[in-house]
Design a protein around this ligand. Structure first.
Ligand SMILES: [Zn+2]
Length: 196
């Protein structure tokens, strides 16, 4: 007996999928020749699965940041080479001035040359209503299925920040966002990213 048309070519049995490769008829029985379909998990699919995501604190820090820069950061965190958090987003002139005092009238090293008034930082809210910069801190890594948190010293490491910056700048480029990394500037500011 010949089959005119084979309509179904796959069957599921015992949680396995089979491809029907032939059919035989023996008396009243239909015997299917099958091959198991093995569903392969490709490494490509695995790499698409997000590894990291922002905490609410990081999201709150970006609340007044340019939406395009937020979009880039939210995409970048998913498969970043290291986990990172947002330590600073938009600042008022007063907040910028307070930072400017560090290493001047307040203890500690200088962290900025922008006083918030004469020299404005790109963290400050611009005429479009948004701050155009964020600072990040590499805070950990997922290794062999386990999460390891970085110490402050491990996190503020220029090498790690450079690796993350390459990842962020690539995503920014794909999305048509003109993002700059502070690590490429004369006054090296490796945790800093800003949108033009
Ligand atoms: Zn900054």
């Amino acid at each position: 007996m010949n089959i005119e048309k084979l309509i179904c070519t796959e069957i599921e049995f015992d949680n396995k999928k089979y491809k029907v490769t032939g059919v035989n008829f023996e008396k009243d029985n239909i015997i299917l020749n099958v091959e198991e379909i093995k569903e392969e998990k490709t490494t490509e699919n695995e790499s698409i699965k997000p590894v990291y995501s922002f905490s609410q604190t990081s999201l709150d820090k970006m609340s007044k940041v340019h939406p395009k820069l937020i979009e880039v950061m939210k995409e970048a965190i998913k498969n970043s080479p290291f986990d990172f958090r947002i330590t600073d987003g938009a600042r008022t002139a007063e907040e910028q001035f307070a930072l400017y005092q560090k290493g001047r009238t307040k203890p500690g090293p200088k962290v900025t040359n922008c006083d918030g008034y004469k020299a404005k930082s790109n963290h400050q809210i611009k005429s479009d209503g948004y701050g155009h910069a964020v600072d990040i801190f590499p805070c950990g890594i997922e290794e062999n299925g386990e999460y390891r948190k970085f110490t402050s010293e491990e996190g503020y490491d220029d090498k790690k920040l450079k690796i993350i910056s390459e990842h962020i700048l690539k995503i920014a480029k794909e999305r048509g966002a003109n993002v700059e990394w502070g690590g490429n500037w004369k006054m090296h500011d490796t945790p800093h990213f800003e949108i033009k």
